[in-house]
Design a protein around this ligand. Structure first.
Ligand code: URA
Length: 231
């Protein structure tokens, strides 16, 4: 059993305020009877809004286009986090970023409250590719794709898994990695004498960042899109 305003807000992606307004205006019914009390506890399966059933989702999955200057954490003393960018209508308890981007990295961050799913897409054993667009300080050497494919050894001796590097301009490339070590892309280039000047995550698994999402904007993804991440 959940509060009626919470059920309506989650099921229809509305803010709590809008959910309360809908309830007070008599648009919401519980087991067929209109209920105007937002605090009333109800079984989600019995709730309707304008005759439409409220499908209560156990988990939520949000695609964010992260801007620079925001940190990939759930809580922070003073700094703005990716969770602060989630609008009220998509907020719920337990949201966290499934995988971190550095403060200066932009692009696709998946925000969810589903720990098991996050574990699945982050585990190197599952081989879910993360795709990045990279701009470097110097031209990319011709043998770098081969070195990435063989597995880069970082300065501290860490061996990386095989990665794919496809140059798209003299100082730009698309890179795909299947793991998420700390500062991994920057360190893979650094180990080969290049500095990363711009980094954007453009896809997770088979799901690309939605081009229509402005930096700082986010939207819930569909069940079909969620499954694409696992591909
Ligand atoms: N690799 C990095 O170096 N930074 C990121 O934010 C993501 C991958």
């Amino acid at each position: 059993m959940e509060r009626l305003d919470k059920i309506i807000s989650h099921a229809f992606g509305m803010s709590r305020t809008d959910a309360k307004k809908a309830i007070q205006s008599g648009e919401v019914s519980v087991a067929g009877a209109v209920c105007k009390n937002a605090a009333q506890k109800a079984e989600p399966s019995e709730v309707t809004l304008g005759g439409q059933a409220a499908l209560y989702k156990e988990h939520i999955y949000i695609m964010l286009n992260k801007p620079q200057g925001v940190i990939s954490a759930s809580e922070s003393g003073t700094e703005k986090t990716v969770i602060d960018l989630v609008p009220e209508s998509l907020q719920r308890k337990g949201l966290f970023p499934a995988g971190r981007l550095d403060k200066d990295t932009v692009g696709f961050v998946l925000i969810t409250d589903d720990g098991a799913f996050a574990h699945d897409i982050l585990s190197p054993k599952k081989h879910i590719e993360k795709t990045y667009f990279v701009r470097t300080d110097k031209p990319i050497p011709a043998d770098l794709p081969r070195k990435f494919q063989e597995g880069v050894v970082l300065y501290d001796g860490t061996q990386c898994l095989s990665a794919c590097l496809e140059p798209v301009a003299p100082q730009e490339a698309v890179v795909k990695i299947k793991e998420g070590k700390y500062h991994q892309i920057k360190r893979m280039f650094r180990a080969n004498g290049l500095a990363v000047e711009y980094l954007k995550r453009t896809a997770m698994g088979g799901l690309s960042l939605d081009d229509s999402l402005a930096e700082g904007a986010c939207r819930e993804i569909s069940e079909e899109e969620r499954k694409c991440i696992l591909k």
